[in-house]
Design a protein around this ligand. Structure first.
Ligand code: SF4
Length: 69
């Protein structure tokens, strides 16, 4: 695992368009049998480059404490 925590797919937002796993082709993004994307957390380095790829903003960073200033 890298320095950043893995991202995750918000399944209520994913529209199974395939952009992330077909076009972006990050090895840490998989396709479930129903077409939903999922993150293979052992491979995700958390850099979040896939977040911009998703047209539905379904790939998200986990909630975590944010510096207050
Ligand atoms: S790009 Fe976004 S909406 Fe499309 S399959 Fe991936 S997570 Fe789902």
């Amino acid at each position: 695992m890298g320095l950043m925590p893995p991202v995750y797919v918000d399944e209520s937002a994913c529209e199974k368009c395939g952009t992330c796993y077909e076009k972006f082709a990050c090895p840490a993004i998989g396709r479930k049998p129903d077409g939903l994307a999922y993150i293979i957390t052992d491979l995700c380095n958390g850099n979040g480059s896939c977040i911009q790829v998703c047209p539905k903003n379904a790939i998200k960073r986990p909630a975590r404490e944010v510096p207050s200033k």
